[in-house]
Design a protein around this ligand. Structure first.
Ligand SMILES: NC(=O)c1ccc[n+]([C@@H]2O[C@H](COP(=O)([O-])OP(=O)(O)OC[C@H]3O[C@@H](n4cnc5c(N)ncnc54)[C@H](OP(=O)(O)O)[C@@H]3O)[C@@H](O)[C@H]2O)c1
Length: 243
């Protein structure tokens, strides 16, 4: 039975968790405020779903989470890392606190989870002993938009961590990322603002959750790719112009 830790289960993470359960995986879920989602998933397969509440905001905290979940799961084959705050930080109002509120659960936690998981994954059998997947953002690579500096600086560090870790963890652990485009409307976006975002994609549609799940499953199986950030964004990265 394969075992994954998933961070950030509120929306897209929940769909990935459901698919992994359906495919027979055991899952360790890291939640911050979404205990309800954890309980819902736990009720589906209590022997294969484990949870850990965390704010993922320090090395110590990450150590605790990996230790508790790896013990519950009996080892770890994969990390799917989606945890990421998303709120505006106009530069004039940017504070150190707001920057770290993004940076820690997004980039710091991915880096330190990798550090903690490396020795655990090295114990797994087979040539490929583990896979790490980070959820980034298409705009980080090309055209970050205004008023989200803390978010984009943190996602930028996460994208860099994918490449750094791909090298550090080779040849037995693979590290890849998905640079996601508009998929599920942020709660603070109006319908018209969301429509505007979608219309900027060449394909004129939101990324389907089905595609996100399928690409994640591919990255959990792939054997010959590491250090890659794949744009899954309805082509948004080729249309330029941002706000
Ligand atoms: N939705 C999109 O269209 C879109 C577009 C581009 C990129 N992405 C990326 O794709 C991923 C999933 O997106 P989503 O829309 O499903 O995310 P979301 O609904 O905004 O959820 C964010 C997740 O991050 C977790 N989180 C936030 N701060 C945390 C902290 N301090 N400690 C631990 N967990 C924390 C939340 O946990 P709790 O709920 O437990 O508090 C939540 O599950 C994210 O990385 C996001 O940046 C999404």
């Amino acid at each position: 039975m394969r075992r994954a830790i998933i961070t950030g289960i509120r929306r897209i993470g929940k769909e990935i968790a459901l698919k992994l359960l359906q495919e027979g995986w055991s899952i360790g879920l890291v939640y911050h405020t979404s205990e309800d989602v954890y309980r819902e998933l736990k009720a589906l397969a209590s022997d294969r779903v484990f949870g850990c509440k965390s704010s993922l905001d320090s090395e110590q905290e990450v150590k605790r989470v990996v230790s508790e979940l790896s013990q519950a799961l009996g080892g770890v084959d994969a990390l799917v890392h989606l945890a990421s705050p998303y709120f505006p930080t106009p530069l004039e109002e940017l504070t150190e606190e707001a920057l770290y509120a993004h940076f820690k659960p997004t980039a710091l936690s991915f880096l330190f989870m990798a550090k903690e998981l490396k020795p655990l994954m090295q114990r797994n059998k087979g040539l490929i002993k583990g896979r790490l997947i980070a959820f980034g953002d298409w705009a980080t690579n090309t055209t970050p938009y205004r008023n989200y500096s803390a978010y984009f600086v943190s996602k930028g560090a996460l994208h860099t961590a994918v490449k750094v870790l791909a090298k550090e963890l080779a040849p037995h652990i693979l590290v890849n990322g998905i640079a996601l485009g508009p998929t599920v409307k942020p709660p603070d976006f109006s319908d018209s603002k969301w429509e505007e975002y979608i219309n900027k994609t060449p394909l004129k549609k939101a990324v389907s959750l089905n595609d996100v799940v399928r690409l994640t499953m591919f990255l959990l199986e792939v054997e010959s790719m590491t250090g890659e950030l794949i744009n899954l964004d309805s082509g948004r990265h080729v249309s330029g112009e941002c706000t």
